[in-house]
Design a protein around this ligand. Structure first.
Ligand code: HSE
Length: 434
């Protein structure tokens, strides 16, 4: 059978890894796919550099349109990243009848609905395993392996940079800045590291996971996003004393009234597997009504782990491209005409437990007033610690039972207006992942 012909947009870290894995494992891959998969054309910025690396085996161009318009190319692999020109190129490739493989989570989180609709209309596939958690086959797991289940929730460490930073801050007492510089040196961070540290990269990935878990359109703009840049090392240490580790989690939950979609640092009990995912590793928990909780772990970034996902998509597309489009796995795992309009809930409606830390005057009645204030807002205290902090002050930490975020917002506003309260209230959410 003729080889499947692939055009690559970009020969950076993931593009280079894809070339290497496809070349090294060509025979094994052909045995699995039923035919060879060959990269026949690549668009790169620096053609001379790419030529020196790859030799004459492949057509090179500095024009991406040469790839998306090449009539010989069956599959376009988009590894440019970002929104434009990636969006325009992907849409043009689709309208030229090419299948797409992409690692571009930002593009799909923002324009996935448009891109999937265009692909369905053209009868082509858009495969994006590499867009979420790198080498972990989490998309395959949710869309196919767990397809029998009503998914209840997904919670994951889906940004390696922030997990690396948090791990180094906790275990080696490194500062945020030093740990970030080290993560960048190791190649984990996005080109713009604010996407990593502010939770945006994780929210792109979570948006896609939520759509596949619950069959709702992609709705990045409704995700609640908090990063780790303002996290105090004091809270990392205190959490540890209380039996928790702080992780940047992406969490999406289906409730009767809607879907929670949120990325933020969270205290996770340290006996949970997720709490022990350290360094740049990623892990995703998915809980289904039939299967119960499941956990997927692996490298979420890097040259060959991400290439592993890209090449798996190339094999999938190669196997399925002659199938009737109506019988392929739908892009988001649910048939496009069976998507749900279940709303994404605003953060004020989220229900979880909280860690609240504040500094107060150490005097009679303070605790009683705080407890009353919380009780008036239906917030139940699970445990608390109080420690003198000098200068007739004390630090107080409350761990609450489950409460509504909107009630906690009100409690914080009222607490901060009290005369005996000396600090802002630090609020972190707790996820028990039970
Ligand atoms: N910058 C991402 C991370 C890698 O740190 O996980 C690719 O998504």
């Amino acid at each position: 059978m003729n080889p499947m012909k692939v055009g690559l947009l970009g020969l950076g870290v993931v593009g280079g890894g894809t070339w290497n894995v496809l070349s090294r494992n060509a025979e094994e891959i052909a045995r699995r796919a039923g035919r060879r998969i060959d990269i026949t054309r690549i668009a790169v910025r620096d053609v001379a550099k790419a030529r020196a690396r790859l030799g004459d085996a492949v057509a090179l161009s500095d024009q991406a349109t040469d790839v998306v318009r090449d009539p010989e190319v069956d599959i376009v692999v988009e590894l440019i990243g970002g929104i434009e020109p990636a969006r325009t190129l992907v849409l043009e490739a689709i309208s030229n009848g090419k299948h797409i493989v992409t690692a571009n989570k930002a593009l799909l989180a923002k324009h996935g609905n448009e891109i999937f609709a265009a692909a369905s209309a053209q009868g082509v596939m858009v495969a994006f395993e590499a867009a979420v958690a790198g080498g972990i086959p989490i998309i395959k797991a949710i869309r196919e392996g767990l397809t029998a289940n009503r998914i209840q929730w997904v919670a994951g460490i889906i940004n390696g940079t922030t997990n690396y930073i948090l791990s180094e801050m906790r275990s080696r007492g490194m500062s945020f800045g030093d740990a970030l510089a080290e993560a960048q040196r190791l190649g984990y961070a996005e080109a713009d590291p604010t996407f990593d540290v502010e939770g945006v990269d994780a929210a792109h990935k979570l948006t896609l996971l939520a759509s596949m878990a619950f069959g709702v359109p992609v709705q990045f703009s409704k995700a609640h996003i908090e990063g780790i840049s303002s996290l105090a090392s004091e809270d990392i240490a205190l959490a540890e004393r209380l039996g928790y580790r702080i992780k940047l989690l992406g969490i999406t939950k289906q409730r009767p009234d809607g879907i929670e979609l949120r990325v933020h640092p969270a205290l996770v009990p340290n006996d949970r597997l997720l709490a022990n995912v350290e360094g740049a590793m990623n892990a995703v928990m998915v809980s289904g009504d039939a299967v119960g909780p499941t956990l997927y772990y692996g490298q979420g970034a890097g040259e060959e782990p991400t290439a592993s996902a890209v090449v798996a998509d190339l094999v999938d597309v190669t196997r399925l491209h002659t199938a009737d489009p109506g019988n392929r796995v739908p892009h988001l795992g649910f048939q496009p005409d069976a998507m749900s309009d279940m709303p994404i809930l605003p953060i004020e409606q989220v229900i979880t437990s909280y860690y609240l830390r504040l500094s107060v005057d150490d005097q009679p009645g303070v605790l009683a007033d705080l407890a009353r204030l919380l009780a008036d807002l239906r917030i139940s205290i699970g445990s608390m610690i109080q420690e003198p902090s000098g200068d007739a002050a004390a630090d107080i930490i409350f761990i609450t039972h489950e409460a509504r975020e909107g009630d906690v917002d009100q409690a914080i506003a009222r607490i901060e207006s009290l005369a005996f309260v000396r600090s802002k209230v630090t609020r972190l959410r707790i996820e028990n992942l039970a």
